[in-house]
Design a protein around this ligand. Sequence first.
Ligand code: FAD
Length: 315
Amino acid sequence: MSEVLVLVDHVDGAVRKPTYEMLALAKKLGEPSAVFIGGSDKADDAVASLKKYGAEKVYVVDDAEIKGYLVAPKAETLQQLVEQASPAAVLVTSSAEGKEIAGRLAIKTESGIITDAVDVEEGPVTTQSVFAGNFTVKSKVTKGTPIIAVKPNAATPEEGDGAGTREDFSPTISDSAKKAKIVASQPRKASGRPELTEAAIVVSGGRGTGGDFDPIEGFADSLGAAVGASRAAVDSGWMPHAFQVGQTGKVVSPQLYVANGISGAIQHRAGMQTSKTIVAVNKDEEAPIFELVDFGVVGDLFDVLPKATEEITKR
Ligand code: FAD
């Protein structure tokens, strides 16, 4: 059975959920092999967790030489692994970074690329979300090694031990790949909430909040959810841009999306309409958001959310 390479998405060695989701998808195509590029002191824990979610093999690439560089060294590393392992496919997270790595890798390996994948099956045939989530299509790469960028929340992680065999890999990184480097970075203030793009539940607020996000945040915390915002809320300076959901913000696809005081403009929908269940609270029963919801509450968010928060907190 061919290997399927999965580029591990992690923060300082802590493996992020989209990686486990990709391992579950990789199992459908062959033997999942995770590629961990990071500090070797962090590798043991990462290997253990990747094994737990089905990795048969884990390539560990010590990043001492390339730490802080941007995506090019990762693309070169994957290129060399593709040449060595001839995998059935390469899966990366469909994030800004993942898509850039995928694009560079596709050029280097003269392969086809599919982005925003939400499922894979034998072939590999990929179900792909297109036109801002308005359609899904089945796509197949016909040249080279299929490079597939997978949307977070596309699959459910599956626990089940793989062999987890560790193989250290030392790529040769070219000087040109080391031309761009991160020179400074500022950690985001920890909110204790899940990351927006990988949260199972997202509670968002729009112009209807009038700038008061307390009910949104209170409700989000009662559900262990991430907080999102419409562009109107971000442009008004009520929330930072990192919270914006939509065409020019983040694309989320949680199990549950709750839109509060958000009208449902096409550009907002582009970032959330593939959510599994959508709930809206809006005081205008004609608001376009009600066209796409599973459950709608016509009401004032300042009445509805505190009551809902109280009920949930009681349970
Ligand atoms: P509004 O459209 O003003 O809606 C506010 C809603 O709140 C109304 O439906 C109102 O009935 C309701 N409301 C008011 N008070 C209450 C209350 N007390 N309780 C309950 N409901 C209440 N938008 C995005 O969100 N994300 C994007 O990424 C994005 N990208 C864009 C890119 C381009 C190129 C352009 C042109 C626009 C983009 N927009 C984006 C903007 C988008 O078109 C809308 O203007 C924006 O989404 C509106 O935000 P909103 O729904 O919060 O505000």
